[in-house]
Design a protein around this ligand. Structure first.
Ligand code: SAH
Ligand code: SF4
Length: 473
């Protein structure tokens, strides 16, 4: 494939940084440190994008707050995957009327996937006059330029033109934690599952160059991060657009070669591209966590076809069997959509039976949400909301039962876990993750945060494991 994509040049990023410093002078003119608030909805990719927005805001001299009345700049980074997320955003943006009234100079920006949809950008334009700046996911790299336009011209700015996407390196980043880090390896999606809005709002697949990814991974390890999650909408497609001989498994192997004690995780994998090479690489790379999130979406072949998922129930089961034969301790999680247009009771029963058969460690279940402009939005959808809710409840019950059984099997075992934070609770004051990513609540010295320790698991329920830290692992 010809190597063709829009890369933002380092000079352009330098210009954005210069603008940050100009904005810093303007915002700090009264000698007071400006405060910013970044509110993030949706997936890990959005979390990673918000780290870039905060990186730029820090370059503008901003401190950070969670109090919207105190903030001089509010950025709401939105999600469009389901209607529920959009409703929450609109409700919360509407509530900012109060803060803007109290603080008329406050700048309110709404960015991300929701506003990359034309009808949503229009809605904000017409019904939310308090919003000063609206920009889609492809414009994050030029947030300083857009913000400066708002400050200079005192008028609303909208930057949500259709765009198949860019790759921008060198944007500063203010990371959320000190133990776990997100590392985007690619952006966009080419799969066009019929229910999904992501390919329309996040553009075509663009992989970062392997040397950029490796350099960032090395920086993270040197900075003491112990848990690195490689991000992409479909990470197994990594490299296909680059026209060089590198795929996702090769990338894992190269990151695994970086010296240091750390874990490599990744999400999300698409079953149609999850190869034997990927599973073998996971099994052979000692730093690669024994966890795969492999969204199946449905157990019915007819529904999978209607969803344009490009695999069958049988192919999925074969893949899992292969992965488990190579990694017997593999933790397997999934996403499932209930109530896809026209899904019958029998077809839903096939999803239940698949889940019984696979016994996922955890399942993320969603009721189908109609997305404007997607093919599924115009498919006949005869089942009622109540019917779908009933199916959803049945699936949740099954999922909870299996997760509790799976967690029960850890009781009495010793697990090497990474302590990733404090919970603020007295009894179990630390949170940790097993190699496979299961949540463990521990009691122990807060000094253990950021360290691998061995934990004896004493109990478990649907959502978590509980244990005692034994010793440095
Ligand atoms: N790229 C990832 C996930 C993207 S969205 C993947 O393909 O796995 C995360 C999950 O949201 C999806 O796996 C799907 O289960 C769910 N989802 C996406 N669109 C949806 C919709 N319109 N309604 C309900 N759930 C949806
Ligand atoms: Fe959406 Fe499918 Fe792409 Fe995942 S693979 S982002 S579900 S279109």
């Amino acid at each position: 494939m010809k190597y063709e994509r829009t890369s933002i040049t380092p000079q352009e990023i330098d210009r954005q940084l210069e603008l940050c410093h100009r904005i810093a002078d303007r915002l700090g003119a009264d000698g007071r440190r400006p405060l910013a608030m970044v509110d993030t909805y949706g997936c890990q990719q959005n979390e990673a994008d918000s780290e870039k927005l905060r990186g730029y805001l820090a370059e503008m001299g901003c401190g950070f707050t969670q109090d919207e009345f105190e903030a001089d700049i509010i950025v709401v980074n939105t999600c469009a995957v389901r209607e529920h997320a959009e409703m929450r955003v609109l409700g919360n943006v509407g509530a900012l009327n109060h803060t803007k009234k109290a603080k008329p100079d406050q700048i309110i920006a709404v960015c991300g996937c929701m506003v990359q949809q034309e009808h949503m950008a229009e809605k904000i334009r017409k019904s939310y006059p308090i919003v000063d700046l609206v920009f889609g996911p492809h414009e994050i790299w030029r947030f300083p330029e857009l913000l400066e336009r708002v400050l200079e011209r005192h008028r609303r700015v909208f930057a949500t033109e259709k765009n198949s996407g860019v790759v921008a390196e060198g944007i500063p980043r203010q990371r959320d934690g000190k133990v776990k880090a997100w590392l985007s390896v690619m952006y966009g999606c080419n799969n066009f599952c019929t229910y999904c809005v992501v390919p329309y709002v996040r553009g075509r697949e663009r992989s970062r160059l392997p040397e950029e990814v490796i350099a960032e991974a090395e920086e993270l390890v040197a900075a003491g991060y112990r848990d690195i999650t490689l991000l992409g909408q479909n990470v197994n497609s990594y490299g296909k657009d680059l026209g060089i001989d590198v795929d996702f498994a090769d990338l894992i192997r190269r990151i695994n070669d970086i010296p240091g004690d750390f874990l490599i995780r990744f999400m999300t994998s698409h079953p149609k591209d999850a190869t034997e090479k990927l599973f073998r690489t996971m099994a052979e790379c000692e730093k690669c966590a024994r966890h795969i999130h492999l969204p199946v979406q449905s157990g019915s072949n007819r529904v999978l076809r209607a969803m344009n998922r490009s695999y069958t129930r049988e192919k999925y089961l074969e893949e899992i069997a292969l992965a488990r034969s190579l990694m017997p301790d593999l933790v397997l999680t999934t996403d499932i959509i209930v109530g896809f247009p026209g899904e019958t009771e029998e077809e839903f029963a096939e999803t239940l039976s698949l889940c019984e058969e696979v016994r996922f460690d955890a399942m993320f279940t969603f009721i189908y949400s109609k997305r404007v402009g997607t093919p599924a939005a115009s498919m006949p959808d005869p089942y009622t909301r109540e019917e779908k809710q009933r199916r959803f409840d049945a699936l949740t019950e099954l999922s909870n039962r299996i997760s509790a059984e799976k967690h029960g099997a850890y009781v009495g075992t010793r697990q090497r876990v990474l302590v990733d934070g404090e919970t603020g609770r007295e009894e179990y004051n630390l949170s940790a993750r097993t190699n496979g990513g299961r949540l463990v609540h521990l009691k122990g010295d807060p000094g253990l945060v950021g360290q691998f320790v061995t934990a004896e698991i004493t109990s478990g329920n649907t959502w978590a494991l509980y244990g005692k830290a034994e010793e440095d692992g």
